[in-house]
Design a protein around this ligand. Structure first.
Ligand SMILES: Nc1ncnc2c1ncn2[C@@H]1O[C@H](COP(=O)(O)OP(=O)(O)OP(=O)(O)O)[C@@H](O)[C@H]1O
Length: 254
């Protein structure tokens, strides 16, 4: 792990909304070709951090480089090499999936085959369907396909499996792993600790705008177990959710 190359470097990132300190000096690297998870309670600053890296939000201070490009000086170049999930509102209701992909490819100036994009996320049978006619899992798969249109080096997925049934979630995990295995770095936020444990190579726990732990899920769990933590009436002594609650000292917050 130590010798791996950082594709994203965040150094002392601060974001204030007026006098509210949403992000209070985050420092972390995302390595090339990993699935990196940002975890933490509601309001911890995960989406703010993601959107600043995506060049969609202004930071207050700090340095960020993405594939060696400075967020301050080379935001346009960064946009070319990252894939961001578009809001559903951008999916014009009268266009079918193929037409939507063609539209986005045109905006990016990307030379891709729309059907091949749909095949990547197993939606080829829905090529002529409108977005609103898709199931929740299909909508998420389509949204992930749109992040891949410009053949990015990094994609950002903000809570991609929220609201999906267990099977659809696992299905999406396989898809995200496949995207990583094909050489794309993935940065993800999730509130599901089982998902983070299964999917992420490394995770950072964010609490009130600060990183309170960063490691592989395995190491975080082992550290907690080695500290004497024991779960009652469980075969395994701890899981990542235990790490989370142990770190933040409280249950999930709405
Ligand atoms: N545009 C804004 N103006 C003022 N405050 C904001 C703004 N956007 C976010 N915040 C505040 O900043 C804090 C961090 O929000 P953020 O959305 O980054 O958290 P999060 O970790 O992504 O939460 P969640 O898990 O609920 O998505 C919250 O207290 C939020 O209310």
């Amino acid at each position: 792990m130590e010798t791996r190359k950082a594709i994203i470097s965040v150094n002392n990132l601060v974001k204030n909304y007026d006098d509210f300190k949403a992000v209070q000096g985050l420092t972390f690297d995302v390595y090339e070709h990993e699935i990196f998870g940002l975890l933490g309670p509601n309001g911890a600053g995960k989406t703010t951090t993601l959107e600043i890296i995506e060049t969609l939000r202004e930071k207050t201070s700090g340095e960020i480089t993405v594939d060696g490009l400075s967020i301050d000086k080379q935001a346009q170049e960064i946009k070319q090499i990252i894939g961001v999930q578009l809001q559903a509102a951008g999916y014009y209701p009268n266009l079918n999936l193929i037409e939507l992909i063609e539209l986005f490819a045109g905006l990016y100036g990307a030379d891709i085959k729309p059907m091949a994009m749909l095949e990547k996320v197993n939606l080829q049978d829905k090529a002529k369907a409108k977005y609103k006619a898709l199931s929740g899992g299909q909508k998420q798969r389509f949204s992930i396909a749109t992040t891949l249109i410009n053949q990015p080096k990094i994609i950002f997925l903000d809570e991609p499996t929220t609201g999906l049934d267990p099977q659809a979630r696992r299905n999406l995990w396989d898809l995200i792993k496949e995207i990583r295995n094909n050489g794309t770095t993935v940065v993800i936020t999730t509130h599901y600790m089982d998902e983070a444990e299964q999917l992420c190579d490394r995770v950072a726990f964010v609490e009130r705008g600060r990183i309170i732990a960063l490691d592989t899920p395995d190491n975080l769990i082992d550290n907690l177990v080695n500290s004497g933590f024991e779960r009652k009436k469980e075969v395994k002594k701890a899981n990542l959710e235990d790490v989370f609650i142990n770190l933040t000292g409280q249950e999930w917050r709405e």
